[in-house]
Design a protein around this ligand. Structure first.
Ligand code: ADP
Ligand code: MG
Length: 695
C-alpha cells in the first residue's frame, strides 16, 4: 500500500475499522442504524464504545469529546478523559455506551434566540452514527446533535439530519411511482472552499484582522487583480508546503481534499473535496476550515476565511455542489443520453426548479451574514437575486417540453484544437455560466451564493427541505394517477411553465438583469437585514413545520439569532475601527505632521525665506483629512451610543443604516491619509504588504 492510501482515513473510526473491530452481530446492527435509521440499542452502543476507545487509545488518544455545531456557525467540543479512578489509587481507561450516545454540556452560553432561559441551562448532545468518529490531536471526537432539555434544536446538525430524512422519504415516494424501490436516497454535496493566505507576522500587526477577520482600513495597492495573473497561477513554495501538509492532515481525517488552485485575487486560493452526503460534507467542511487555520500557523501563515478580507479585490465564497443519489450511487440528476425522454430525471429537475422559485427567500437567507453582504451583487459574486441557469442542452429540452414538441438530443461534438498532436475530446453540451447563483452543471446544481465562513448546513437544510416539499407535492398528484408516465409528463410541463421565471441564462452581474428580475417578480433581498426577517414568513413556518425540520418557536428563535449575530458583528467592527483610528492612525498622523512642522521650522530658522512649499502643502492636506477623520470618529462614537436595543430587527436595521455608513465615513479619510503619510510612520502593514509578501 502506498503511503497515502495508508494515511487516508487513518484517524477515522470508519466502516472498515468497524468491520474489523466489531463482533459481526454488532456491526450489522450498527449498519442498520446508519443505513436505515433504525434505533440503536444501548447494549450495541456499549460494545461500539469499548471498541472505539481501544482503537482511539492505540492511536494515542487520551480524551473523548462530543463534537457539535451550535448556532455560532463553528464547532464546539468539551473534552473528558477516558481515565476512571479505581479507589485504590490506580486508574482504568473507560468509555461506556451511555457516554458515547449522550452528553450533557451546559447549554446556557450558546446562542438560543431566547428559547431557553439561562436557568434552564441543560442541553444534550446525541451521537450521530451516520458521521464517523475521528481523532483530532489527542481526542476522540464524536459527531453529535445538540438539543435543549425541552427538546428544542440548538444546532445546525439536527435540522440537517431531519431534512435528509425528509428528502429521502419524499424522493422514495417518487421513485416508487417509477417502479424503483431503493433503500435510501441521499442528498450529496461537494463544497468548494475559497480562502486567503497571508503572513502571520503581518496579520498579528493588524487589530482589524485579529478582531474581525477583515481589514477595516487599507488604501488600494497600485497593482490589484487586474492582470488576471493569479488565477490558476503557479503556486508559490510556501503556499505549496502549506497545501501539502493541509492535504495530509485532511486525508488523515478522511476528508477527501482533491483540487487546489490559486484563485482570482492575489493571495487567494481554493480547495475542493470529493462530494459525500450533506451531513458528512458539512462536518468535513467545518473540519477543513479549522485545520486550514491550524496548518497555516505551523507555516508562519494565517488563513483568512472572511467573505471580504480586502476592499477592492475579490472576496471568498463557497460553492455548494448538490445532488440526490440512491444508496446504490445512482445520481437522480443525471440526464443520461436522452434527457427529453427521461421523465424521472425531468421530474426531479423540475422539482428543484419549483423549489428554488417557491423558496428564493429561504435560499437567500441561508447564505445571509454581514460578511457576505460585501460580496453579493458586487461584480465578483452572484447578485442577491436568486435565479437558475440550466445550460443550453437542458434548456432546449425544457423548451421542447413546454412547446409540446419532440426533441432529439444533440450528439456530443468533438472538440478540435486544430493541432494534430493534441488528442481530440468530446465537448460538453453547454458552456458554463459563472454569474448564475444556482447553476445546473451537468448532473448536479451548484449553489454559488455561500460565503466562505458559513457553515454549509443552513443551505443544505433549506435545499433538502424545499426539494422534499416539491417532491411531496408531485407524489401527491402522481399517486392518484392511473397512468403515471402520462401524468408525470403533464406535471413536468405544467410546473416548468409555472416556475420558469426563475430560469435566467444571461449575465447575472448586469444591471439589466436587476430590472428584468423585478419585472418577473423575483425577490431582490439586498442585504442580510432585508432577508432574515422573511425566515418567519407564514409560508416558511408552514414548510418547516410540515416536514418536521423546525417548530415555529425554533424558526422565530433562529431569526433572532441571525439578526443578533449580524448586529454583534457590525458592532465589533465599529468598535475596532474606533480603536485603530484613535490609538494608531491619529497618533501616527500627528507624529508625521509634527516632524514635517519641525522640518519647516528648522529650514526657516536657517533662513526665513527658505521655500517650504512641500511642507506647507503636506501639512495643509494632511491636517484637513486629519480633522475629517477626527470628526468622523466622533460621529461614529455618538452613533454607537444610540443603538436601539428593544427588538433584534430594529437593532440590525440601525447597524445597517446608521453604523455602516458612519464606518465608511471614518475609513475614507483614513485610507487617504495612508497614501500621504510616510511609510515608516504608518502603524500597520498595508494592503501591498499583506497581499504580496508570501513567496
Ligand atoms: P468548478 O469547476 O466549479 O470549480 P470543481 O470540479 O472544482 O468545480 O468542483 C466540483 C465539486 O462538485 C466537487 O467538490 C465535486 O466532488 C462535486 N460533485 C461532483 N458530483 C457531485 C454530486 N453528484 N453531488 C454533489 N457534489 C458533486
Ligand atoms: Mg465552482
Amino acid at each position: 500500500m502506498s503511503k497515502i492510501s495508508e494515511l487516508f482515513g487513518s484517524m477515522v473510526f470508519n466502516d472498515s475499522v468497524m468491520h474489523d473491530r466489531l463482533p459481526k452481530e454488532i456491526y450489522r446492527s450498527l449498519r442498520k442504524t446508519i443505513n436505515e435509521g433504525k434505533e440503536l440499542d444501548l447494549s450495541v452502543a456499549n460494545v461500539v464504545a469499548s471498541a472505539m476507545k481501544d482503537w482511539a487509545i492505540e492511536k494515542g488518544a487520551t480524551h473523548y469529546s462530543h463534537w457539535f455545531q451550535p448556532m455560532t456557525g463553528i464547532t464546539a467540543e468539551k473534552h473528558d478523559s477516558f481515565l476512571s479512578p479505581q479507589g485504590d489509587g490506580t486508574i482504568i481507561m473507560e468509555f461506556s455506551g451511555k457516554e458515547l450516545i449522550k452528553g450533557e454540556p451546559d447549554a446556557s452560553s450558546f446562542p438560543s434566540g431566547g428559547i431557553r432561559a439561562t436557568f434552564e441551562a441543560r442541553g444534550y448532545t446525541a451521537w450521530d452514527p451516520t458521521s464517523p468518529a475521528f481523532i483530532k490531536e489527542n481526542t476522540l471526537c464524536i459527531p453529535t446533535s445538540f438539543v435543549s432539555y425541552t427538546g428544542e434544536v440548538l444546532d445546525k446538525k439536527t435540522p440537517l439530519l431531519r431534512s435528509m430524512e425528509e428528502v429521502n422519504k419524499q424522493a422514495k415516494r417518487v421513485l416508487n411511482l417509477f417502479g424503483q424501490s431503493v433503500k435510501q436516497v441521499l442528498s450529496t454535496v461537494g463544497p468548494e472552499q475559497e480562502y486567503f493566505i497571508i503572513d502571520k507576522e503581518l496579520f498579528d500587526q493588524r487589530k482589524d484582522l485579529i478582531y474581525t477577520g477583515r481589514t477595516l482600513f487599507g488604501a488600494p495597492t497600485p497593482k490589484g487583480q487586474e492582470m488576471d495573473d493569479h488565477y490558476f497561477g503557479t503556486i508559490k513554495p510556501r503556499i505549496k508546503a502549506f497545501m501539502a501538509e493541509l492535504d495530509e492532515e485532511l486525508w488523515k481525517l478522511g476528508v477527501f481534499a482533491k483540487t487546489e488552485h490559486n484563485e482570482a485575487a492575489p493571495a487567494q486560493h481554493e480547495l475542493a473535496p470529493v462530494f459525500t452526503t450533506t451531513n458528512i460534507a458539512t462536518d468535513h467542511n467545518q473540519l477543513t476550515m479549522e485545520i486550514m487555520k491550524k496548518v497555516a500557523h505551523k507555516h508562519g501563515l494565517e488563513c483568512l476565511l472572511h467573505e471580504k478580507p480586502f476592499d477592492g479585490v475579490n472576496g471568498s465564497g463557497k460553492h455548494n455542489n448538490w445532488s440526490l443519489s440512491t444508496d446504490e450511487g445512482e445520481n437522480l440528476l443525471e440526464p443520461g443520453s436522452d434527457p427529453y425522454s427521461n421523465s424521472r430525471f425531468l421530474l426531479f429537475l423540475v422539482a428543484v426548479i419549483k423549489a428554488v422559485d417557491d423558496y428564493q427567500d429561504l435560499l437567500r437567507i441561508s447564505i445571509a451574514n454581514a460578511g457576505n453582504d460585501h460580496r453579493l451583487g458586487a461584480a465578483e459574486a452572484p447578485p442577491a437575486i436568486v435565479s437558475m441557469f440550466l445550460g443550453e442542452e437542458i434548456q432546449k429540452v425544457l423548451d421542447a417540453v413546454e412547446a409540446g414538441k419532440p426533441y432529439h438530443s444533440a450528439k456530443h461534438l468533438k472538440f478540435d484544437t486544430g493541432v494534430s498532436v493534441l488528442p481530440a475530446f468530446s465537448k460538453d453540451n453547454t458552456d458554463r455560466n459563472r454569474t448564475s447563483p444556482f447553476a445546473f452543471t451537468g448532473n448536479k446544481f451548484e449553489f454559488r451564493m455561500l460565503g466562505s465562513t458559513l457553515s454549509i448546513a443552513e443551505s443544505n437544510i433549506v435545499l433538502n427541505t424545499i426539494v422534499a416539499e416539491s417532491l411531496s407535492k408531485f407524489a401527491d398528484v402522481l399517486e392518484k394517477a392511473s397512468d403515471v408516465e402520462a401524468a408525470a409528463r403533464k406535471l413536468i410541463r405544467k410546473e416548468y411553465i409555472k416556475h420558469k421565471r426563475i430560469v435566467f441564462n444571461g449575465n447575472g452581474y448586469s444591471d439589466e438583469w436587476v430590472e428584468e428580475a423585478e419585472k418577473r417578480g423575483l425577490l431582490n433581498l439586498k442585504t442580510t437585514v432585508d432577508a432574515i426577517p422573511h425566515y418567519k414568513d407564514e409560508k416558511n413556518i408552514k414548510l418547516f413545520t410540515k416536514h418536521n425540520i423546525f417548530s415555529e418557536i425554533e424558526v422565530i428563535s433562529r431569526t433572532d439569532i441571525l439578526l443578533e449575530e449580524y448586529s454583534k458583528t457590525i458592532n465589533i467592527e465599529a468598535v475596532t475601527m474606533l480603536h485603530i483610528a484613535s490609538k494608531e492612525i491619529i497618533p501616527a498622523v500627528v507624529d508625521y505632521v509634527t516632524d514635517i512642522c519641525r522640518s519647516a521650522s528648522l529650514k526657516k530658522s536657517l533662513n526665513p525665506n527658505m521655500p517650504c512649499a512641500c511642507e506647507e502643502g503636506l501639512i495643509n492636506e494632511i491636517s484637513a483629512k486629519q480633522d475629517e477623520l477626527f470628526l468622523a470618529v466622533n460621529e461614529l462614537k455618538k452613533a454607537l451610543n444610540e443603538v436601539p436595543h428593544d427588538d433584534a430587527s430594529v437593532t440590525a436595521t440601525y447597524y445597517k443604516e446608521v453604523i455602516i455608513p458612519a464606518m465608511a465615513t471614518v475609513r475614507k479619510p483614513a485610507d487617504e491619509l495612508e497614501l500621504l503619510v510616510g511609510r515608516d510612520y504608518w502603524p500597520f502593514p498595508t494592503y501591498g504588504d499583506l497581499l504580496f509578501s508570501v513567496v
